[in-house]
Design a protein around this ligand. Structure first.
Ligand code: PEP
Ligand code: MN
Length: 343
């Protein structure tokens, strides 16, 4: 439920209400707005009489949250969440593009890809250093050496880094390099991992599970937010359907649905959805037209020799063309593409 404090409630009154909620067994999540403070109270409300709270000084009203996801819900927070990474902001007016290879393979190729990504206007670099694959015999990633390469690319380009963490034991290490921690589709319901990345306080890019409903996906976000880390970016990356001409089916409807249900930003990964570089530009443009706050796109200087996901990776020249086209699509929906140093 949400306890809305009146606009002239004092700090002491707010603190008293928070204390009372804690005594009643609730976990509290206050939002100190410019005009009013609202306190999200998560817990079992069956054993409280709302009168106890309603009569406390400073309390204006109490609103139940009907959805199973609470902190992620639009009911809890009406204004859109904007994740602030310094110069880059995800969930604001501008659309943010993240690009890079599926996996970090070696320093030379990564630096070259990072340079191309920056030149075309991407503002965040992607790359996997931990790559558990469908087959245990496939390339598994460079681990910390890969993170070091990514950090060197950040240093050289000024771009931010998003990279996946797959194990609770690695969260601290990965968080010491990354600007955004990525939770992969296959780990969307790895609840211990969600809690651990929540506790790291780093922004989290939460990919949708390959067979997850939107509600399950938002419940996964709730696990992260329940730790007090509200910096969650949802990422639609395609779901498994009976269709097999593409790797997954990009659920374009999830963009407006998520925007209605939640205040969290949503980005789209057209590369894993398509599984084929040829379809990536169309899906990317569709996502921006539909309201996505960003894109995460696989790009490689030599896709045919890529160690992972080469067939769905754009070459830098195609990526640069797409960036230009995206600008037009963004303009058509009254947005622009954020381009670092090109504002
Ligand atoms: C990736 O981003 O490289 C990846 C493995 O994505 P997903 O978890 O969506 O399959
Ligand atoms: Mn990949």
């Amino acid at each position: 439920m949400i306890v809305v404090m009146s606009k002239d409630a004092t700090k002491e009154q707010i603190a008293k209400v928070e204390k009372e909620l804690a005594l009643l067994g609730f976990k509290t999540h206050p939002i100190y707005g410019e005009v009013k403070t609202v306190i999200g109270a998560i817990g079992d409300k069956s054993n409280i009489k709302s009168n106890t709270l309603l009569t406390m000084p400073g309390v204006e009203r109490i609103i139940p949250i009907m959805k199973p996801f609470k902190l992620a819900s639009r009911e809890f927070k009406q204004t859109r969440t904007c994740i602030d990474l310094g110069d880059v902001k995800i969930g604001g007016e501008q659309v943010v593009v993240m690009a890079g290879p599926c996996a970090v393979e070696d320093e030379k190729s990564y630096m070259e890809i990072a340079r191309c990504a920056k030149e075309a206007g991407a503002s965040i670099l992607r790359g996997g250093a931990y790559k558990p694959r469908t087959s245990p015999y496939s390339f598994q990633g460079l681990e910390e050496d890969g993170l070091k390469i990514m950090a060197a690319a950040r240093e050289a380009t000024g771009l931010k880094l998003v990279t996946e963490v797959v194990d609770t034991r690695d969260v601290e290490l990965v968080a010491s390099y990354a600007d955004i921690l990525q939770i992969g589709a296959r780990n969307m319901q790895n609840f211990r991992l969600l809690q651990e990345v929540g506790q790291s306080k780093k922004p989290v890019l939460l990919k949708r599970g390959i067979a997850a409903t939107i509600e399950e996906w938002l419940m996964a976000a709730e696990y992260i937010m329940d730790t007090g880390n509200y910096n969650v970016i949802l990422c639609e990356r395609g779901i498994r359907t009976y269709e097999n001409t593409t790797r997954f089916t990009m659920d374009i409807s999830s963009i407006p649905v998520v925007k209605e249900l939640s205040h969290l930003p949503i980005v789209v990964d057209p590369s894993h959805a398509a599984g084929n570089w040829k379809y990536v530009p169309a899906l990317a443009k569709g996502a921006v037209a539909t309201g996505a706050d960003g894109l995460i796109i696989e790009m490689h200087t030599n896709p045919s020799s890529a160690l992972s996901d080469g067939p769905q990776s754009l070459r830098p020249d195609n990526f640069a063309v797409l960036m230009k086209e995206l600008e037009l699509v963004a303009n058509a929906v009254s947005r622009t593409i954020f381009k670092k140093d090109q504002q």
